[in-house]
Design a protein around this ligand. Structure first.
Ligand SMILES: [Zn+2]
Length: 121
């Protein structure tokens, strides 16, 4: 399952980073995901719930920002977003030679958490 492996690596990355920074509890994870990754937000949420079994992620929420598929026409350099029809044709000049310049994103934008409970936060 595609989404589960994505989430597993996201959670592993956040856990490592949190431990390095002395963060005991993670409250929020913000994930940016391009539509070309074909990962479904609902499935990602579901996978997140399934993966976060430990104390560190007990109250964590996953926020997902989806990025449109963006193309640039090789003929007229017009930039446009491709919708769910996946028509990779320039709406400006009708050319079908386009470069995909966005939509493959898959990264953790940031995560928020609390340091040790007797901290000042
Ligand atoms: Zn064009």
């Amino acid at each position: 399952m595609h989404e589960l492996s994505i989430i597993q690596s996201v959670v592993d990355t956040v856990r490592d980073s949190a431990q390095e920074n002395g963060i005991k509890r993670v409250n929020k994870v913000k994930l940016v995901i391009g539509k070309l990754t074909m990962a479904l937000p609902d499935s990602l949420q579901f996978a997140f719930e399934a993966v976060i079994v430990d104390e560190m992620f007990k109250n964590a929420v996953l926020e997902i920002e989806e990025k449109d598929i963006t193309c640039e026409c090789r003929s007229c350099r017009h930039r446009f977003a491709v919708d769910d029809s996946y028509r990779f044709i320039c709406p400006n000049c009708g050319h079908d030679r386009v470069d995909i310049i966005g939509g493959r994103e898959l990264y953790i934008d940031y995560f928020e958490g609390d340091e040790d409970t007797n901290g000042t936060s």
